[in-house]
Design a protein around this ligand. Structure first.
Ligand code: GLV
Length: 328
């Protein structure tokens, strides 16, 4: 029996390719070439499976043009790059890579929070520019972390990991807002208190965004929300670009509406709004929250496992369903 054909749309670990080659006829993209939608459609002709990342858009036009496609396995927990309703209509299975990146991403969220609140990159740039001439009492004085109020918007697995780090590691007062409230046992374990969005915005000293992107979370943090935050507050986005109105944020950072921001994700990434590149009180990283080698290996492995299991007739391991909503 001939092997199914699978397209790997991005550069991956060589062992991931080797693993998939044992089961499938594989076309890979180790040069990480930027494929236009038309090029992607061309390469998907005759392919039954696709190994994707969060930047590969699978939409109605592509699905209509790729009738052989049966499954897309995302090497990411977020899957807003998939039009899951269109995939369901076309009978194409969608899978993501949850759980394996939870703790690593929560670590990074905390690292970005600390770098932002304690002005680490801003002060490093000052030092590198040779501007450090003497010690000064208020030089790069930032915001307190321990004992501060940590707000979390989106309380999936990663949000819970950040809550635990804040409460147990830094004695923070943790509040959160989510589509649905956690069950009381989990809330108690995370030492987190449920509040409305307005109270979250007003009370948080540090606000971390970990909610999935969807049309309903588009610009969940815009000028009006930023205006409700404390002028001393920091904002951290490790969720998705588009959840924050980046132009409004750049303005808020420039005029002191909030103190600082740490951003790992951007609207229209990898392009970053020029206004964000010129404000000093923002820490910018290129979408690396899950980037440790063990975690990236585990994500690749899970995406590959999904393809293998699906084509062996055992069903996908971590499917996403149209009604489910993307849970971070
Ligand atoms: C990264 O952003 C992911 O969704 O895995």
């Amino acid at each position: 029996m001939s092997k199914p054909h699978v397209l790997i749309t991005c550069a991956v670990f060589p062992e991931t390719i080797a693993r998939l080659q044992r089961h499938f006829e594989v076309e890979s993209n180790q040069d990480d070439a930027e494929w236009s939608p038309a090029e992607l459609i061309r390469r998907l002709q005759g392919k039954q499976g696709a190994f994707t990342t969060g930047s590969v858009r699978i939409d109605e036009a592509l699905l209509a043009a790729c009738p052989d496609l049966k499954i897309c396995a995302n090497m990411a927990v977020g899957y807003n790059n998939f039009d899951v309703d269109a995939m369901a209509r076309h009978g194409v299975t969608a899978t993501n890579a949850p759980d394996v990146l939870t703790e690593t991403t929560a670590d990074f969220g905390f690292a970005l929070l600390m770098a932002t609140a304690r002005r680490i990159t801003e002060s490093e740039h000052f030092l590198r520019r040779g501007e450090w001439k003497k010690w000064r009492y208020d030089m790069f004085a930032g915001a307190e972390i321990h004992g501060a109020t940590l707000g979390i918007l989106g309380m999936g697995r990663i949000g819970q990991g950040i809550a635990r780090r804040g409460a147990l590691g830094f004695g923070m007062n943790v509040i959160y807002h989510n589509r649905s409230r956690l069950d009381p046992a989990l809330e108690a374990e995370c030492r987190a208190r449920y509040v409305g969005k307005e109270e979250l915005l007003k009370s948080a000293d540090h606000l971390v965004l970990v909610l999935p992107y969807s049309p309903s979370s588009h610009h969940a943090i815009g000028a009006a929300e930023l205006a409700q935050m404390k002028p001393t507050a920091t904002l951290v986005n490790i969720a998705r670009g588009g959840i924050v109105d980046d132009a409004a944020l750049a303005e808020a950072l420039r005029n002191g509406t909030i103190a600082a921001a740490g951003l790992d994700v951007f609207e229209g990434e990898p392009t970053v709004l020029p206004a964000l590149l010129t404000v000093p009180n923002v820490v910018l990283t290129p979408h690396i929250a899950s980037a440790t080698i063990p975690t990236r290996r585990a994500m690749a492995e899970l995406a590959a496992d999904n393809l293998v299991s699906f084509f062996e007739g055992k069903g996908p391991i971590t499917p996403v369903l149209p009604a489910q909503g993307a849970t971070k």
